[in-house]
Design a protein around this ligand. Structure first.
Ligand SMILES: CC(C)(COP(=O)(O)OP(=O)(O)OC[C@H]1O[C@@H](n2cnc3c(N)ncnc32)[C@H](O)[C@@H]1OP(=O)(O)O)[C@@H](O)C(=O)NCCC(=O)NCCS
Length: 384
């Protein structure tokens, strides 16, 4: 395998876009290629993630992005892997560049859902669960993650304050991120006073419905020796799967695909969880951040919620987690989320993260889950 770098990154603000997913995807693609100091014609392959294009009457975004870039003859792949779509696209780009099938590849994730009301969006999102067993029987993602939160609470006696600490932290980080959906801090009391959505999850336990687009350029240093920015060396790109329906899992105290992908990634990178400087993890609900931190091996099972309450995962804590604001507050434009996590890591490493900068940017991890873990990607990055 060849060494592979992330050499450019760009993102829209997450929240509400005036443009279509296709237009936003094309815009960030142009910006990321420019950030990498490349021309569109130097891209050998594009990987474009999108889940809900059909609600905008537009599927097959890959070639359309290439059309917009003026490279219609370049191959593209449109990737759907629920909320882990653009990290799956990044994995494909990595495989192409590391394997020598491309010298430079573009990864884009884009989503627009703000034209859908909450009930309609909830219904569309739930198609990412197991339809006959979950969705058709009324399950939604807030409901499924509430099931996980309930199981965890029964075993480890988590308090509302522990989950609330995660929401407060991620909102505080997002308040320092000009690309975040929510740019306001919240207090623990605001969290505790917020309405119940699916017990035990309250409004501030949930990510919002966001529009957004994010792009990164992956290249081999063999051909792109001096990028204008500090590249991220891809030390690991790992994916794993799991039984999709929660009812068929042997336990609910974590996501098996997160555990598997993490184990593969740390093996590939020849690293241990303790060598990671900061992490962007998949916190679609606050309980998901707790499960992620344990599945990734940062904390023993049953302890991550308490660590969050004690500030271990704050920006100035021992392991900063979701300095971007995470899905909870930066927002969750489904197919753009995984690429957005890598954009954040790129911004941190390049000193472009302003007031949300973390102290140690030598190594970072991105963790992106599809639905309740039917798919999962873990990427580990390091400075040159
Ligand atoms: C939590 C949820 C049900 C709230 O939806 P809603 O009740 O229709 O909320 P609205 O869109 O009417 O917004 C009402 C207010 O709450 C705010 N809000 C909405 N969702 C929010 C969230 N997740 N966190 C914080 N504030 C939120 C809105 O900004 C709005 O504030 P304003 O009155 O100051 O403008 C919805 O955001 C949701 O389902 N989120 C989960 C999405 C999901 O499942 N994604 C997939 C994960 S796997």
């Amino acid at each position: 395998m060849r060494e592979t770098w992330v050499v450019g990154a760009a993102s829209t603000r997450f929240g509400r876009l005036a443009e279509t997913a296709r237009e936003a995807a094309t815009r960030v693609a142009i910006e990321a290629i420019r950030d990498a100091g490349l021309e569109p014609r130097q891209i050998d392959h594009t990987f474009v993630a999108n889940c809900f294009g059909l609600t905008e009457h537009q599927g097959h975004l890959g070639p359309l992005v290439n059309n917009g870039l003026g490279i219609p003859d370049v191959p593209s792949m449109t990737v759907e892997s629920a909320c882990s779509s653009s990290s799956a696209a990044l994995h494909e780009a990595f495989v192409h560049v590391a394997g020598g099938f491309a010298d430079a590849a573009l990864v884009v994730g884009a989503e627009r859902v703000s034209h859908l009301d909450t009930v309609t969006a909830t219904g569309f999102f739930a198609f990412g669960a197991d339809y006959p067993f979950e969705t058709r029987n009324g399950a939604t993602f807030p409901g499924l993650y509430a099931t996980l939160a309930g199981a965890y609470r029964a075993e480890f006696r988590t308090t509302p304050e522990m989950l609330g600490a995660i929401a407060v932290k991620n909102h505080a980080n997002a308040a320092r991120n000009p690309n975040a959906h929510f740019q306001k801090e919240i207090s623990l009391q605001t969290y505790l006073d917020s309405p119940m959505v699916a017990s035990p999850l309250r409004l501030y336990d949930c990510c919002p419905f966001s529009d957004g687009a994010a792009a990164v350029v992956v290249a081999s240093p063999e051909v792109h020796r001096r990028p204008p920015t500090e590249p991220l060396v891809v030390r690991a790109s790992a994916r794993a799967g799991a039984v999709t329906a929660l009812q068929d899992r042997s336990e609910l105290l974590g996501l098996p695909s997160s555990r598997l992908a993490a184990a593969k990634a740390f093996r590939q990178a020849r690293m241990e969880p303790r060598s990671i400087g900061f992490a962007e993890v998949h916190d679609c609900f606050t309980i998901a951040e707790v499960l992620a931190l344990e599945d990734l091996g940062f904390f023993p099972r049953g302890t991550a919620a308490r660590e969050s309450l004690e500030g271990t995962t704050a920006r100035d804590g021992k392991l900063p987690v979701n300095p971007s604001g995470g899905l909870k507050a930066k927002g969750h434009p489904v197919a753009a989320t995984g690429a957005g996590q890598v954009v954040e890591i790129f911004e941190q490493v390049n000193g472009r993260a302003g007031g949300r900068s973390v102290p140690n940017t030598q190594t970072a991890l991105a963790h992106n889950v599809g639905a309740t873990g039917g798919s999962c990607s873990v990427h580990i990055f390091a400075r040159r």
